[in-house]
Ligand binder design. Structure first.
Ligand code: SF4
Length: 362
């Protein structure tokens, strides 16, 4: 095969779009694919399963039906609606972008992918998804699904995480993309990657509309592709979570405004695994007078690059008093500004990362 023919297999759009007509997933954001709806859904779907996103998407749109509502909301409300989805910088960037859209774009999403990419939190994939689906721009939305499908269709045997692979996939799909249905073409590939051309040893080649066009299937090599870089082991961090409370109130603090889980609330957390005595001592340093202490179940939370292995204690005190009654202003304490909050407000008001869900009071 000549070099210029190697990664080019014409004719996938016909069978792909025919398959999509009968097999497209029914997803809430596809009912009314405005640029705002596509944007919100695509940001939520990053690193998150479709089923998990559906409820969040509905609640988010109910509260923020348009760009203006999102721009005018306070950050705590936005983060609270995001609670449990993880990767909270996505929510903050949505708000930043909404405010920019109100200030500089007349409250409208730009119609071109190049302009969309200037907004906070919108990278090449999201810009292409919005521009193709909402505005009909002819541009492939290259994400993990499309990279996998590309690597198999074209028998691409280079490492798939390298920028050259994304460029090759974009060129490959752009050549195939019809001028009149670029959004459907992208969504068909997304659905094919999610349901048929599945990762690992699980592609359903027998059900695939592109079987006749697929070089990896032809050579029986689909499950070995794409070629992934060797995985790095995640770092492990040990923490002790201190749930310090009386009958009605609990000690909280806010995480710093930058970095991991920025701006969210948490219980006081110490590095390492503390003994009961050390935990009691820490509670005293927070200005509390422990009455009793109870070991809570260990918990683990996995981030992309690290794992938290947590031990926890519930430390009961009579009541918060003196310096510990910080209210919203907080009190100076080791490990950051702490304040007491009504336990019932954990449900409605304060966004806590799901990493701590094992330690939420009943
Ligand atoms: S034939 Fe198999 S490997 Fe090729 S695109 Fe279809 S599901 Fe993927």
């Amino acid at each position: 095969m000549k070099e210029e023919e190697k990664n080019t297999l014409p004719g996938i759009s016909g069978p792909l779009l025919a398959w999509y007509s009968g097999n497209r997933r029914s997803l809430p954001w596809r009912d009314d694919p405005s640029a705002y709806h596509v944007w919100i859904s695509e940001i939520m779907l990053q690193q998150t399963r479709v089923e998990a996103v559906k409820g969040y998407y509905a609640r988010f749109l109910e509260r923020f039906p348009d760009i203006r509502a999102l721009a005018e909301a306070d950050e705590d409300t936005c983060l609270k609606l995001w609670e449990g989805l993880g990767y909270y910088s996505r929510a903050r960037n949505l708000q930043k972008a909404a405010r920019l859209l109100m200030a500089d774009y007349g409250g409208e999403m730009p119609r071109h992918s190049g302009e969309l990419r200037k907004l906070p939190g919108i990278g090449p994939y999201t810009a292409a998804a919005i521009a193709s689906i909402a505005f009909g721009e002819r541009i492939p939305a290259i994400d993990g699904n499309l990279l996998r499908v590309f690597s198999r269709l074209a028998l691409y045997e280079e490492e798939i995480r390298k920028p050259a692979a994304a460029a090759a996939a974009e060129a490959f799909f752009l050549e195939q993309m019809p001028a009149d249905r670029p959004g459907d073409f992208n969504q068909a590939l997304m659905d094919l990657g999610a349901g048929i051309c599945r990762p690992g040893s699980d592609p359903a080649c027998g059900e695939c509309p592109l079987r006749q066009h697929c070089r990896a299937a032809e050579e029986g090599r689909a499950s070995g592709l794409p070629l992934m870089p060797a995985k790095k082991a995640r770092g492990i961090e040990k923490h002790t979570v201190l749930v310090i409370r009386d009958d009605d109130r609990i000690l909280l603090r806010r995480r710093p405004g930058r970095g991991l889980l920025a701006g969210l609330y948490e219980f006081p957390v110490e590095s390492g695994w503390l003994s009961e005595e050390e935990a009691v001592q820490k509670a005293r340093e927070y200005g509390c007078d422990p009455l009793r202490i109870r070991l809570l179940p260990a918990a683990k939370h996995i981030f992309t690059h690290k794992e938290w292995h947590m031990h926890g204690y519930e430390i009961r005190i009579g009541s918060f008093s003196g310096d510990a009654e910080g209210g919203a202003e907080g009190v100076a304490a080791p490990g950051g500004q702490c304040f007491t909050a009504p336990i019932r407000d954990l449900q409605e008001k304060y966004a806590l990362p799901s990493a701590y869900s094992a330690y939420l009071p009943e």
